[in-house]
Ligand binder design. Structure first.
Ligand SMILES: *Cc1c(COP(=O)(O)O)cnc(C)c1O
Length: 374
């Protein structure tokens, strides 16, 4: 290693995970969600791997992410999910980005942008079926559908899709799941009755794609599962393979006497004469400071708990009677094959979800893509 810390991304694993999701999608298309730098794995590289694995759409949260995919030469159908007033919608339309519309102000803005771009915008109407986040519900839904169909008749938009999002799909059997599915069927029924001819109807995130066949419709939108992390920890791994391995090189290894206070605040004291190693990854790299004295890493073939506080750029581990050399690899998390913790394990220790663990790995940590099979 020639850098203090790096995130190695197994692009074949992403391709294989997409293949598994596609096999389980029962004929529905797969939109790989690559928002937030593909959950920390690298937007453009992960998108390429997902397409190689059989995804036929890409999904992002923000317009700038979609425009970056286009700038990288990726022309596959791409849906941007979140917009605020004043964004460059005309650019998005000119670059053939599908836009999510959950409010009439946005529809109005997109109609003006389509006129500017000189071509119709492709839009997906977002129904709030019970998450109470994005999308329209009740009368607002009907008004949105009516306005979108009018804009379509006038040639400003093509109403390509209808979509929604689950609040609790990661808790199979949660009563809100069936309620949201019912609401979705009713809301898309209203739109179809009013004249909408959707190309794709979609509601399933990873959890629903893997556990809820009736939620697949025409397209599923997996995110976390594409990166090999389970969307339903209680149900196991579904055969997914984690794509990210976070490693660091030991920066310094030294002997210290018993009773040495370690790192800020001296929240850890060595019990006996021991060997400490400094690991150059800290909260500035996305290692949660709440992981102080809590998270484990693999070093010298064994699990070690972070000793004392996680600092901005580094943390310390206590090797006990073992030793390491400066430059030796420390594995923070990975697929677990070599005995290292998984991102899921870190998430459980911290009381969060694996999504946050991989997504928050900072831009200071280079992503590397070891040569794979493809
Ligand atoms: C992030 C996101 C997904 C993917 O969710 P996962 O739980 O990671 O599968 C699907 N749809 C939308 C609209 C999203 O924002």
């Amino acid at each position: 290693m020639r850098v203090p810390a790096e995130a190695r991304v197994d692009l074949d694993a992403i391709g294989d995970n997409i293949g598994l999701l596609r096999d389980r999608a029962g004929g529905a298309e797969v939109m790989a969600m690559v928002k937030a730098e593909a959950y920390g794995h690298g937007l453009v590289e992960a998108a390429g791997a997902a397409l190689a694995g059989g995804a036929s759409w890409l999904g992002v949260a923000k317009l700038a992410e979609a425009l970056r995919l286009r700038a990288a030469g990726i022309t596959v159908r791409t849906l941007a999910c979140i917009g605020v007033p004043g964004e460059p919608y005309a650019d998005a339309i000119a670059r053939d980005v599908d836009l999510t519309v959950g409010a009439t102000w946005l529809l109005d803005e997109i109609v003006r942008a389509a006129e500017q771009a000189g071509r119709p915008a492709r839009i997906h109407l977002k129904a709030d079926t019970g998450m109470s986040r994005g999308g329209a519900r009740g009368r607002d839904w009907e008004a949105l559908v009516d306005a979108a169909l009018k804009a379509e008749a006038e040639g400003h938009v093509r109403v390509a899709g209808v979509m929604s999002h689950f609040a609790c799909a990661d808790e199979p059997g949660h009563p809100s799941i069936a309620a949201q599915l019912d609401a979705f069927t009713g809301m898309l029924g209203y739109a179809e009755k009013t004249g909408a001819r959707f190309e794709v109807r979609h509601i399933a995130n990873s959890a629903a794609a893997l556990t809820l066949p009736e939620a697949r419709f025409d397209l599923v939108r997996p995110g976390i599962a594409a990166y090999g992390l389970t969307p339903v920890p209680a149900a196991g791994t579904f055969g997914l393979r984690p794509a990210m391995t976070l490693v660091a090189a030991a920066a310094l290894v030294k002997r210290v006497p018993a009773g040495s206070g370690v790192s800020y605040g001296h929240t850890y004291h060595t019990e006996r004469d021991t060997t400490l190693a400094v690991v150059p990854a800290g909260y500035g790299d996305g290692i949660p400071r709440h992981g102080s004295n809590l998270l484990q890493v693999l070093a010298g073939g064994r699990r070690r708990t972070i000793a004392g506080r996680v600092c901005m750029d580094q943390f310390v581990i206590d090797l006990g009677g073992d030793t390491l050399a400066a430059g030796d690899e420390v594995v923070l998390f990975g697929p677990g094959d070599r005995g290292e913790p998984t991102a899921q394990e870190w998430a459980e220790a911290l009381g969060t979800i694996s999504y946050e663990i991989v997504t928050r790995i900072g831009s200071r940590v280079p992503r590397t893509y070891p040569a794979g099979r493809r």
